[in-house]
Design a protein around this ligand. Sequence first.
Ligand code: FEO
Length: 395
Amino acid sequence: MSLIRDIKPGIRWVGAIDWDRRLFDSLIPLPHGTSYNSYLIQDGEKTALIDSVDPTKLDVLVGNLKALGVENLDYIVSQHAEQDHSGSIKMLAELYPDAVVVASGKCKELLVAFGLISEDRVMEVKDGQRISLGSKTLEFLLAPWIHWPDTMLTYMPEDKVLFTCDFLGSHLATSELYAIDEAAVYESAKRYYAEIMMPFRQIVKKHLARIMDLEIEIIAPSHGPLHNRPAFILNAYLDWSSDDVKNQVVIPFVSMHGATKAMVEYFVDGLIARKIAVKQFDLTCSDIGEIAEALVDAATVVIGSPTVLAGAHPHAIYAAVLANALRPKTRFVSVIGSYGWGGKMVEQIAGAIPNLKVELLSPVVVKGYPKEADFRALDRLADEIQARHRQVKLD
Ligand code: FEO
């Protein structure tokens, strides 16, 4: 059985839906699966495939090409060397020995390094370079660092279709070709942005500005549904990548014997009473994708940790390291938590976030279980956050 979907005359989706995948990069949870979108362009003269699929789904892609009677590929466009898009190129190149792999210089280097293709099979393209397939043109737009240095986008001016690889995509397995259920797609796309694109926010803005000048009817990413209403995903990206933060506090925390948890619960109620939105995550059972997503907009992050082995709890360090890697636009950070006989919990957490351009607000660290004076200190921290948010005009 094959699943092939028409996008425009001569342009088809021939990829694979991965309903059951639950982890990416041995790191990122995929609660809704994903898809590897591969596109076949058949024009009068030439045939091109844009991106392949994860090697685990090679049989699906090959089955689709066989079902369409594709006996020859002139070009295999590799927009990005990561294996979920290029891992099948080695086998495709054997199956279609006349195919030329089209890639950016950096992508060529990586494809060769990964053992996916030999150098002589790759045609390196520059920014703005075009290949004519007959009546259709592929124009390559080099877009480094969304999210690897090799990434390029492919624009078809006659059909007004922009293939964006990971950019503007989502890990979402769905039977719908297009983003029809925009609420569901928004959620998945935001999570995807947080995990994959947020560390490159300033570069995202630059590439967004460039594609805003193109006439686009369809955005065709390499994961998740396509967009036949491009403004939906473009506006979302403009918002997420902007410098604006929201009146929100994210609180990733861990507690061993209940003291830090009691502080978090009191503190969260205090923030809510001050009309500040809160997202609280127990690090022992939270999905890190949800934490990443929460970091997209929040003005403030407060990490909650007990003291263990003279330092922060490893789960709290993990949250700090994660935030540091994702580089959210957070403005303020603080730490709350507890200790028994001392340690360097706050210093460890603060030292784990050098990438964040944040102001550190007064931490609240208490000995043992929190007492009246400790709750007053939490009140003062909540007041300080409210004041800071007001200073940056968030409420
Ligand atoms: Fe979907 Fe960066 O690969």
